[in-house]
Design a binder for this molecule. Structure first.
Ligand SMILES: [Zn+2]
Length: 151
C-alpha cells in the first residue's frame, strides 16, 4: 500500500495513500502540489482525510474537493468543506478499514488515522517531538501520545 510524500510549503508534506480501490489525500495544506502530482501520476483521488483544522493542513481542501468531486473527512465543521464527520472508532473507506483515534493536545479535536500499520497523526507527533499545545493540556497530549505509542 504505497504512501506518497508530496513536498508542500518549505518544510512539510502532504500524503497520498494509494489503495486498490481509491487514493486518499491526507492533510492538504495547499492544492497546487497535489494537483500537479496527481496529473503527473494520472491518479484520481477518492477522498480527503484531515487530522485537524489548521490552515497548513487544510488550506487546499476545498479546492481539491471541488476539483475532484470527492468527500472530505475530519472531526467536525472546523475542517473547511467537511462532508463526513468522523469520531473515535472504525472508518471504512474504499473497502479499507481505518481506525480513527481522538488525540487531543495540539488542538482539542485533533484526530489520527491508523491504517495497515501506517499512522497519519498530523501535528500530534513528529520525528523529534510532539506538536505545540494550542488548545489542549499537557495531560491530554501525554495521554494522546501514550495511545500512539501503544499502536
Ligand atoms: Zn497544527
Amino acid at each position: 500500500m504505497p504512501v506518497h510524500f508530496i513536498p508542500a510549503f518549505t518544510d512539510n508534506y502532504i500524503y497520498v495513500a494509494e489503495t486498490p480501490k481509491g487514493a486518499w489525500i491526507i492533510d492538504p495544506g495547499c492544492a497546487e502540489p497535489v494537483l500537479d502530482w496527481c496529473a503527473k501520476h494520472t491518479l484520481r483521488p477518492s477522498a480527503i482525510l484531515c487530522t485537524h483544522h489548521h490552515a497548513d493542513h487544510t488550506g487546499g481542501v476545498e479546492a481539491l474537493a471541488q476539483y475532484f468531486g470527492i468527500p472530505v473527512y475530519g472531526a467536525n465543521q472546523r475542517i473547511p468543506g467537511l462532508t463526513h464527520a468522523v469520531a473515535e472508532g472504525r472508518l471504512t473507506l474504499d473497502a479499507e478499514m481505518l481506525t480513527v483515534l481522538e488525540v487531543p493536545g495540539h488542538t482539542r479535536d485533533h484526530i489520527a488515522y491508523w491504517w495497515k500499520n501506517v499512522l497519519f497523526c498530523g501535528d500530534t507527533l513528529f520525528a523529534a517531538g510532539c506538536g505545540r499545545l494550542f488548545e489542549g493540556t499537557a495531560a491530554q497530549m501525554f495521554h494522546s501520545l501514550q495511545r500512539l505509542a501503544a499502536l
